[in-house]
Design a protein around this ligand. Structure first.
Ligand code: ADP
Ligand code: ADP
Length: 228
């Protein structure tokens, strides 16, 4: 469903962030993206989100070459992608329910659909009892659950998680991993950039390692492979 074909990203003359990347991610996969700081992980994610454009090559999402996509069609692409960040990025002046509902409002879902879908998703991520709370009233793990709810409420085909456990204690991190795996088992492809060695080593899923803009490893049931 996702294909990077000879993708190079060069920010400036002498800085190649990604160098001739070829990678296929199949529907339903769970893939860890690892590598040292500065390796090119964020660049990879920004290219998928079409926040930046490749210097060379093309990127296909469900057969669509997103590098050819016009401005007008970019929102339709973004709808296929859900994103979760390390620092949650919730709207502080909205409740849990409103944060998730808002993601549906911006794609013009009907009020009826929103009333039906939001409670369902809050239940799925295990946070129904906090629907009326504001983000600052929640623990970090709970805030991450809300942010995951927001990311999946419009049924994306790909969930991108950028260091989703980076701000969580180990126990809470595992709870979030259990949730991501559960969402993955329901059919959503998951791409997770991470420095969480224990998690990657325990889960035995696909691991793609990038170093200096090159893919240096791509293993099914891979390991983290760094000591940091
Ligand atoms: P990672 O997410 O793995 O830490 P990045 O994708 O952020 O790596 O960075 C890859 C390389 O590209 C690094 O050498 C970084 O300095 C460079 N880079 C990232 N963003 C920019 C930018 N906006 N302008 C110039 N160079 C950049
Ligand atoms: P954790 O054990 O994950 O660190 P916290 O101790 O932060 O969690 O919070 C424990 C519980 O108390 C959570 O369910 C959270 O929703 C609730 N809580 C935390 N802070 C507040 C607050 N300011 N107002 C209301 N409830 C809160």
């Amino acid at each position: 469903m996702i294909k990077f074909i000879n993708v190079t990203k060069q920010y400036a003359e002498n800085s190649v962030a990604l160098s001739n990347i070829n990678l296929t991610i199949d529907k339903g996969e769970f893939l860890f993206l690892v590598g040292p700081s500065g390796a090119g992980k964020s660049t990879f994610i920004k290219l998928l989100l079409k926040e930046i454009e490749p210097t060379f090559g093309k990127i296909l999402i469900e057969g669509t070459n997103i590098t050819k996509l016009s401005q007008r069609n970019t929102p339709a692409l973004r709808r296929k992608l859900g994103v979760v960040f390390q620092n949650f990025r919730l709207l502080e002046d909205k409740t849990v329910y409103e944060n998730v509902a808002f993601a549906m409002e911006v794609i013009n879902a009907s009020p009826r659909e929103i009333r039906r879908q939001v409670p369902k998703i809050l239940g799925l991520v295990g946070i129904s009892d906090k629907a009326k709370f504001f983000p600052h009233q929640l623990s970090g793990g709970e805030q991450q659950r809300v942010s995951i709810a927001r990311a999946i409420v419009n049924n994306p085909s790909l969930l991108i998680a950028d260091e989703p456990t980076g701000n969580l204690d180990p126990e809470t991190a595992w709870e979030i991993m259990r949730l991501l795996r559960q969402i993955n088992r329901r059919g959503t492809t998951v791409l997770m950039a991470t420095h969480a060695k224990d998690i990657v080593d325990m889960m035995k899923l696909r691991v793609v390692a990038i170093e200096g803009g090159n893919i240096v490893r791509d293993d099914m049931k891979g390991v983290y492979g760094y000591e940091d």
